[in-house]
Write a protein that binds this ligand. Sequence first.
Ligand code: MIG
Length: 783
Amino acid sequence: MNDTSFMIHPGKNQSKTSSTFKDIGSVRQVAVEDGTIHLQCENGDVAILFYTEEIVRVVMNPLQTPTLATSVAVIKEREDVSFEMEEYSERLLIATRKLQIDLHKSPLRIAIKDKTGRLLVKDGEKGMGYTNERHVIGYKEMKEEEYFYGFGEKTSFLNKRGEKMTMWNSDVYAPHNPEIDALYQSIPFLLALNEGKAYGLYFDNTFKTVFDLKSSDNEYSFSAEGGQLDYYIFGGPTLKEVIQQYTSLTGRMPLPPKWAFGYHQSRYSYETAEEVRELVNQFQKRNIPLDAVYLDIHYMDGYRVFTFDPFRYPHPKELVEELNQAGVHVVPIVDPGVKVDSEYDVYRDGVEKDLFCKYMDGTLYTGDVWPGKSVFPDFPNKNVRTWWGNQHSFYTELGIEGIWNDMNEPAVFNETKTMDVQVVHNQDGEKKSHRELHNVYGLYMGEATYSGLKRLLNGKRPFVLTRAGFSGIQRYAAVWTGDNRSFWEHLQMSLPMCMNLGMSGVPFCGIDVGGFAHDCTPELFARWIQVGAFFPFFRNHSAIQTKRQEPWMFGEKVEQIAKKYIGLRYQWLPYIYTLFREAAQTGVPVMRPMVLEYPQDKETYEMHDQFMLGSDVLIAPVMSPSQKYRVVYLPEGEWYNYWTDERIVGSQYIMVEAPLDTLPIFIKSGAILPHGEVKRNTAEADRQLTIHLYGLEEGTSTFTLYEDDGTTFEFEQGCYFEQNIEVHYTSTNVNIEWNNVHQGLTPAWEKIVFVIHGAENRQVTLNGQVVDSSATFFEVRTK
Ligand code: MIG
């Protein structure tokens, strides 16, 4: 892939590109129609429109009146927002109740402020414009003390200021390193933080886009190889609100089935049914929890999707049933490439119905992938997606409820690594080049897969895992970050990668625990599985010909460590599940960078090596070899060491001892942390719920626990359980209130135990009563 050549910035290709840049120029005429402000400018037109009082959209089209159509990423209908507008000779002032736009007319420069007049963002020196190759580009000012997050799936650290990033879905097997800017996902969205306050910018353009926060110290640019300069500004003012606003526009994750949050085991490949049986046996024998096993490409008959190899997997239905009986789900891989084979029904049917990608002259596009010469479904077309979705009855009839989509950038074995950009998709009647729709191919495949499964599963929640995607991918699939390696550096990088994915609207994400390529070592594996247990998506996966990575492959000591942390994942599930429910409702991620919880604390702004799980839990993994101590930053407040209950005041860096079996975990005082039980898998219900209360000196804390059946969509009809736990601490008492918020379902708990940490020598009451020690359902313990 050649670097883009149209970027306008000092020092680079100046002579070549600066001559081609054309500023949009001055505003000549202003008109308002249907709530849209149209600006006719010297060198093109601009439209400004509000989606909500805090979301404004700006569209520039150099050639014609801007189209207000959106990409597939945007699902929100524009609200009817009232605004006031005042026109002066030099300026135009537009205000909703939450945002103000201060528009300078000649040349057109836009400043967006909050209702108090605080500047959120304004155009850079250059404003917006385009080049003679019709590349559109916008510039925004970077304030001196401003930090940048989001951008989806990117290598390197948390704060992206100083980076230049390309959005072009790419299969990157070469080791992921800070230099690689285009990976499998394209999420042209950023969050900017200045003095604790944030705004967001989403660039709704599916062509190859570039964000350049590197070439200038005081402005950044975002540009695209085609289409319009079409972007949304989210007014925040907090980072969490920016995420909520962005996900109100591009959608949120539907609640996945609970089994998707358990421990998953994968390998490229478990090559035979016998191997899979033996694998599951080992988990059972060794008492290690397991919720899912993945079938990589070897399960197929000559890599034909929607088939099983008759020799390696002769009776798939029996195998799946047997595993399902044991509470283990089977997740087969499904790639987009369909083998060209005139005896293969999927190929024949798709050709007959005209469902594969073609060139303008009608010839089929073919490319080489695993099956050899292959064709590719034209996913931007709705009929194609329905057809593809329906193919999944092949799997659902066997009892499969989860699908793993890979190679959907799409990856093709050729020099450009993808489909010919000259291919023309039929987007429901509109012909659009692959150049324009490349970045959304995986998103459309995700939609096809998720919707197909949902139709076929009769009320059960589907699980889809995807490698490629675009803004909005959270509506259909969990994301894993592709082919990492068993490097300590990749363990380190996995934190900021997933934190930024989470801030980019994708709460359900993870990495290949243990590393995909290269050989993992016992120490690296132990450290990786510890922290992996607290990532949103928890799957161990490794590549063919690398050291095997099942939890027992690194000796007895490491096996015990793996078992301990996989077990911990299950214990923590009631808390994690509640956080996922929150993510589904608000978009706020489960795995949170420190800055998301402590936006006023400058220490956190670039913190990439520790994270928060929800608001109350701090995870600080060890990520270097032979390291037995690490420095941890504890923000304001008081904290408890999860393992020792030691209380430590915050606003300081501390040194923590962390021998190989210890992942440093700190709990904020006041936290209410529900624990279930270690069990074989999520198919087993918790009989006991243990609620850990981390004592405050004085004050009140609350937590609302969420629980449902874990498998169906009945929670949407009210079939769920929500309990509010409120704890009042005084110098003499701990009063726990256990109040039902919603009881559409009765959880299976036979016993509820409150464990009080700290808050010594106080009288404990539950809903006003002193708890009788002979009580059978409720029990209170102090630690
Ligand atoms: O590398 O299907 O990222 O997880 O095991 C080639 C084989 C294709 C790439 C995926 C990886 C998967 C592998 N695939």
